[in-house]
Structures are given as structure tokens and as C-alpha cells.
Design a protein around this ligand. Structure first.
Ligand code: UDP
Ligand code: MG
Length: 325
């Protein structure tokens, strides 16, 4: 016999969905999610006023009107409209900020609008939260639905980060459950170049994982074209690790040592009176050293740029409209 808790002690869940030009997807994915939430409510696992927070990240299509319609039909569907595109990570931060400030929910599950992450896993996440996990990571156990290119680039990126000492949960993206303590702790991280999946494992707390198969996008195109993906990866590396700076430094040392060897070699050759046609070696070293210096300066500049943007402390997003209960 299952023992039902009294209604008051049921916790309120909010599903947080970042949406950037998702008009093809939302009308399909929202009802699927609503059904799952309703089932959880009916089985008395979450509070009846649990709902949704959809953040339109500067969408230029019908995404926002669709959110407004959904809100009218069911006020448990809430929305935030950004004044422009601030990016996926900032959409998640904004959602968590508003949910926490307005006390809209006890715990939050973030999921992409395209339902590539299996929404059925939400049920297991809730179960694990009720069993005491403060954070539940959604982990995909295959990437069959991703293109060959996306798979290879993603794997390279994660192994590179791992070698630099940034340990992410493998195959976990932004499908996760955060309990109230984790949300409060997360919102203390005020950095501007935020790579959320790197921060969450740093929070501590009891955590668990839910495995699922990643699917194809319901509809529409990926909002991460190659350049945006590369810039996301680059931000992930440079906002988490100074390994590239160290690499440049060690390369510098190697180059300098090589220079010393060359110096000795040239002196010996000269003292022996041999005439060396030194043009090619000179040109080669100029190019190599010059290129290396430019790389070092550029890389240092990247970090200084990051410091610059952190120091300015600009807001990470601007909310133009809110649709709350
Ligand atoms: N997204 C966003 N702002 C952006 C890019 C993407 O809010 O600038 C949202 C998008 O609507 C989706 C999620 O982030 O809900 C993940 O994007 P997508 O599915 O296109 O990425 P992929 O699965 O191809 O990596
Ligand atoms: Mg997707």
C-alpha cells in the first residue's frame, strides 16, 4: 500500500524551459510535458499548483505569443520574455532567479524545448528528489540521434576539458533537477561567463543520476550552429580553466630552451669559421616564434577580456515582460 503524504507537504515543481525561436516545437512539447506533470500531480507526488516557466530568449518568431496563449489557457504556465537574445545559459539563470525570488516553486527541473531529453525521465528525477537527492543529473546513454559531427566535437570537448582538470558529468547537459538548497547555492555564483554544467557539480549536496536515451529534435533546427557551439565550448574552457595559459607558458619555456641551444650551436659553427647560410633557419625561427608570441598574446587577451567583462558586472539578462500567476 502506498502511503500518501498530506497535501500541504507536497512540494511544488517548476519545469524550466529555455526557448529561442521554438514555434515549431513548443505546441508539441508543452502538452507532452503538461501530461507528465498532471500525472505526477494526480499520483500526489508533487503539489497541484506545480507548473512551467518558459523563457523566450529574444525569439523573433511566434514563441512568445504561444507562451501567452498557453498562460491564458492555464495560468500555471508562466513566462519570461527577454529583451533580446542573451543565450541559453542566461535563460536558465533568469528562470531560476525569478522562481527563487518570487517563491514560485520548491524545486526546478530544466529541460530543452525540443524534448531531445526524454521527458519521461522527469518522473524518475522527482522520485530521486523525494528520496533525498538535492540534485539529479539527466545523463544520456547514447548520442545516436546526434550527427556524427556533433558527437565527435562534443566528445573531444569533454575529454579536453577533463584533461584540463574540469570534471563535468559525462553526457550530462542542461537536463537536471535542482532542489531549493542547490538553487540558492547556485544563485550565489554571479559570474557573467557562466558555464552552468561546470558549476553545478561544484555546489556539493547529495546528487544522483537518471539515464535516458537522447532523441532527435521534435521539430525545427538546432539553435546551436557550428560557430555558436564552438564559442560555447571555448567559453566553457576559458571560464573554467587556466590550463591554456599554462600550456602557453610551458611552450614558451621550451622555445626559450631551444633558442639557447640554437645560440650555442651557432656560436660553435661561427668559431669554427664555417660559413653557414643561415637564412632558412632564421626565417623559420622568426615565423615560429612570431606565431607563438601572437598566440600567447591572443590567449592572454582572451582571459583579460573575460576579466574585463566580469569587472563591468553587466546584468546577465534583461527581462522585458513577465507572465506570472
Ligand atoms: N536556446 C536558447 N537560447 C539560445 C540557443 C538555444 O534559449 O541562444 C534554447 C533552445 O530553444 C533549446 C535549448 O536552448 O530549448 C537547446 O538548444 P538546441 O536544442 O537548439 O541545442 P542542441 O540540442 O542542438 O545542442
Ligand atoms: Mg536540442
Amino acid at each position: 500500500m502506498t502511503q500518501n503524504l498530506p497535501l500541504q507537504s507536497l512540494q511544488k515543481l517548476m519545469i524550466l524551459i529555455p526557448a529561442y525561436n521554438e514555434q515549431e516545437v513548443l505546441p508539441e512539447s508543452l502538452p507532452i510535458l503538461q501530461k507528465i506533470i498532471q500525472e505526477l500531480i494526480d499520483s500526489q507526488q508533487i503539489a497541484p499548483d506545480s507548473g512551467f516557466m518558459i523563457v523566450s530568449d529574444g525569439s523573433s518568431d511566434q514563441t512568445w505569443p504561444l507562451i501567452e496563449q498557453a498562460h491564458e489557457a492555464d495560468p500555471r504556465v508562466m513566462g519570461l520574455k527577454f529583451s533580446r537574445n542573451f543565450g541559453h545559459q542566461n535563460a536558465l539563470i533568469a528562470g531560476l532567479t525569478v522562481i527563487s525570488q518570487q517563491k514560485l516553486a520548491d524545486f526546478v527541473i530544466s529541460i530543452d524545448a525540443d524534448l531531445q531529453d526524454d521527458p519521461q525521465a522527469i518522473k524518475q528525477m522527482v522520485e530521486q528528489y523525494r528520496a533525498g537527492s538535492e540534485i539529479v543529473f539527466g545523463v544520456r546513454n547514447n548520442r545516436d540521434s546526434d550527427s556524427w559531427f556533433k558527437r565527435v566535437t562534443a566528445e573531444t570537448f569533454y575529454s579536453l576539458l577533463g584533461k584540463m582538470g574540469v570534471h563535468l558529468i559525462p553526457e550530462h547537459a542542461d537536463f537536471r533537477l535542482l532542489g531549493p538548497k542547490a538553487i540558492t547555492a547556485f544563485l550565489q555564483y554571479q559570474e557573467e561567463n557562466m558555464f552552468i554544467r561546470g558549476i553545478i557539480p561544484l555546489l556539493g549536496f547529495e546528487s544522483s543520476r537518471v539515464y535516458y536515451a537522447r532523441r532527435k529534435r521534435l521539430a525545427g533546427k538546432s539553435k546551436y550552429p557550428l560557430l555558436k557551439m564552438l564559442s560555447f565550448a571555448w567559453d566553457g574552457i576559458t571560464s573554467f580553466s587556466i590550463a591554456p595559459l599554462r600550456l602557453v607558458l610551458s611552450l614558451g619555456v621550451i622555445f626559450a630552451l631551444f633558442g639557447l641551444v640554437m645560440l650555442v650551436y651557432t656560436l660553435i659553427v661561427k668559431l669554427r669559421g664555417a660559413t653557414e647560410a643561415g637564412w632558412s633557419s632564421l626565417m623559420i625561427s622568426i615565423w615560429i616564434v612570431g606565431g607563438f608570441q601572437m598566440m600567447a598574446v591572443g590567449l592572454t587577451g582572451e582571459y583579460i577580456g573575460k576579466i574585463f567583462s566580469e569587472v563591468k558586472h553587466r546584468p546577465r539578462f534583461t527581462i522585458e515582460k513577465k507572465l506570472l500567476k
